[in-house]
Write a protein of this length. Structure first.
Length: 214
């Protein structure tokens, strides 16, 4: 993974979510998220023995290690009792974004403030049917938290959110980036996105939630 691209994505993600900006640490980047289920995350662009060194100092299940690589590669670097969490994929997009029309009864609102663009699609009753965030930093435009409510899926709302966010991209040369789940990967691929790298996560197993060892 290109280190500049990863650094810019991390910065944009932090801005979009109101988190501290990433800092260099152990050959990767650290983000002090301070969330109830995640104290901080360490993110690495490539396979690096520094991950093993760092992992040996961690004793909390709420500190995450992330690698632009496969889960198998990440586990090779970790002590026992570490486990893989959700599987994700870095994806990029080039060219024009399709601009679908909204189905009848929906309204699109887009606001940009403090470098963050927020897009919401509301149903007739005023509830949020779909939403997403976009941030442009360091030559990278990041799409974040693209979501469609279950009752409103398969109506092209996610595509409309993506197009609305992309329309606020200031630089035509900025690379579009997002991180997708397995299901999201399939959807985004149909929209012209391509996988740049798997993105794997591991954490120490929480012994209080594990079955007693024999």
């Amino acid at each position: 993974m290109d280190t500049h691209l990863l650094s810019a994505w991390l910065s944009a993600r932090s801005i979009a979510r109101g988190l501290p900006l990433p800092v260099l640490d152990h050959g990767g980047w650290r983000v002090d998220t301070g969330l109830p289920d995640e104290l901080r995350r360490h993110v690495f662009a490539r396979f690096d023995q520094a991950i093993s060194t760092l992992a040996s100092t961690i004793s909390s299940p709420y500190i995450l290690l992330k690698l632009c690589g496969t889960g198998e590669q990440l586990l090779q670097l970790l002590p026992p009792r570490w486990q893989l969490l959700q599987n994700r994929f870095f994806m990029t997009h080039e060219g024009a974004l399709a601009v679908p029309g909204l189905p009848a009864g929906y309204r699109l609102d887009v606001v940009t403030a403090d470098a963050i663009t927020e897009a919401h699609i509301r149903a007739e009753d005023g509830s949020i049917a779909a939403s997403g965030h976009g941030v442009e930093v360091g030559g990278v435009f990041v799409f974040d938290r693209i979501a469609t409510a279950p009752a409103h899926q398969r109506r092209g709302l996610g595509r409309a959110i993506m197009a609305a966010l992309g329309a606020r991209q200031a630089s035509g040369s900025a690379r579009r980036v997002l991180v997708a789940t397995e299901d999201g990967r399939k959807l985004y691929k149909s929209m012209g996105w391509r996988v740049l790298s798997p993105y794997s996560t591991a954490a120490m197993a929480d012994e209080s939630r594990l079955p007693a060892e024999c």
